[in-house]
Design a protein around this ligand. Structure first.
Ligand SMILES: [Zn+2]
Ligand SMILES: [Zn+2]
Length: 204
């Protein structure tokens, strides 16, 4: 008997016998394809698919399961009460949201950069910054220095000529500020995305 994986080399005589047998079966119209003779062993029957346990096996399985609380393994039974039934939805619960916010903000946030970002944001919204911006608006008479539009509080922006990041000393220097409308400011920072006309050269 050949071992698994070993190539079987039939003798010349055996080969002739097989060949003759196959030829004869073919002539007689008999089914000789191996996979058709043994469909239960053929590969397109995956695992136990399409096969049945014998009565003996069934009895064994039954005996094995007796007295064991196998239940259903999905965790839901008839009349099962969900843990959150009649409770307010977690996400709509202010307390829960505050908890999550606290747990995922600041140093706990995945994108935390050591407090730099929040520091800048804090400075920008500080009253010092507001005072500086107001001084800039008043000096420029609440008018966009690029397109000349008179602006309302909601559309006006005090732009730093030398950027906020580059110069911390000039941050609150009124001479480093210029009044722009939202459109012109947008264009200044992202010329391609902006819808306004390009700012006049006086900006630089
Ligand atoms: Zn700006
Ligand atoms: Zn403008």
């Amino acid at each position: 008997m050949a071992k698994k994986g070993e190539k079987v080399i039939h003798s010349e005589e055996t080969r002739k016998k097989i060949s003759d047998g196959v030829q004869r079966a073919y002539d007689e119209g008999r089914l000789i394809h191996w996979s058709k003779l043994h469909p239960e062993a053929f590969h397109n029957k995956k695992g136990f698919h399409g096969r049945k346990h014998s009565e003996e096996t069934k009895a064994k399985v039954s005996q094995n399961r007796k007295g064991k609380d196998l239940g259903n393994t999905h965790g839901f039974t008839k009349g099962h009460m969900p843990w959150n039934k009649d409770k307010p939805h977690r996400v709509h619960n202010a307390e829960w949201r505050a908890k999550v916010s606290k747990a995922t903000s600041g140093p706990n946030h995945w994108n935390w950069k050591g407090g730099v970002d929040s520091f800048n944001r804090l400075m920008r919204s500080s009253s010092k910054h507001k005072q500086w911006a107001k001084a800039v608006y008043e000096r420029d008479n609440w008018t966009c220095q690029s397109c000349g539009k008179h602006c309302q509080r909601t559309e006006i922006i005090a732009h730093h000529i030398i950027s906020w990041k580059k110069n911390s000393i000039l941050r609150f220097d009124v001479s480093n500020g210029i009044t722009l409308c939202r459109e012109c400011h947008c264009f200044l920072h992202k010329p391609r995305l902006g819808t306004a006309k390009p700012p006049k050269p006086q900006l630089s």
